[in-house]
Design a protein. Structure first.
Length: 227
């Protein structure tokens, strides 16, 4: 079963995240006050709502209690981000990501209950610093941007097949490793255990495979999956 993720705020960051998650087969719920933003990304989701994502009544009505993870990608008001995170905590959402504009904001969001605070600008800046300081590393990074590593939750007709029988190589896709349901998600004190698959590894329901290939190959594979 695909993971269900709720994204509040589908601007530049939230929209890009929605695009990436949709490519992996994630069941997405999108919320934004801007109708044009919802129109832009509603085809990339299972459900999309023009609504206030900080309103507890809205979150309850769209099933926020049942999601596997929530992402607060609001960029305009830090107060709104804090309020939204607090609402998710109140609803019992176990995994909460929130966008922060500074280290101080990140610290506050973690105290409120965010699993991880994402400093988009700082994380982008660290990548640029590598490119500035090491041209060789920059070349490697440029090369790597053509590839994607995608966590994919196995679905029929692949469940029950060995890796050899699944023949993902026909899509020019390699499997870096896999996680089973009992391996955990890496939240809290439990860390995920990445297993290295042999050709006779049998894909089980609930397994998450880490796929690596060129962007086009990943998209071709995802398009081949049953609706």
């Amino acid at each position: 079963m695909a993971k269900k993720v709720l994204i509040v705020g589908v601007g530049r960051f939230g929209g890009a995240l929605a695009e990436e998650l949709w490519q992996t087969g994630t069941d997405l719920i999108l919320v934004d006050l801007d109708p044009s933003a919802i129109d832009r990304y509603k085809a990339r989701s299972g459900a999309a709502f023009v609504a206030d994502g900080t309103d507890p009544a809205v979150l309850q009505s769209i099933g926020a209690r049942d999601v596997d993870a929530a992402v607060v990608a609001l960029g305009e008001s830090f107060e709104a981000v804090v309020l939204c995170v607090a609402q998710f905590v109140e609803l019992g959402v176990k995994v909460i990501y929130a966008r922060a504009a500074s280290a101080r904001q990140a610290e506050i969001l973690k105290k409120v209950g965010a699993t991880r605070a994402i400093e988009v600008e700082a994380e982008s800046g660290r990548r640029i610093a590598v490119e500035v300081l090491n041209p060789v590393a920059a070349s490697v990074l440029d090369f790597a941007t053509h590839f994607r590593v995608v966590p994919w939750i196995a679905v029929p007709p692949y469940i029950g097949k060995t890796l050899s029988q699944a023949d993902l190589r026909r899509f020019e896709i390699n499997v870096l490793g896999y996680l089973t349901n009992k391996d955990g998600t890496g939240t809290g004190s439990q860390q995920p255990r990445l297993r290295w698959p042999a050709a006779d590894y049998v894909i089980q329901e609930g397994d998450t495979l880490l796929l690596v290939s060129l962007e086009d190959n990943i998209e071709r594979f995802m398009a081949s999956l049953p609706a």
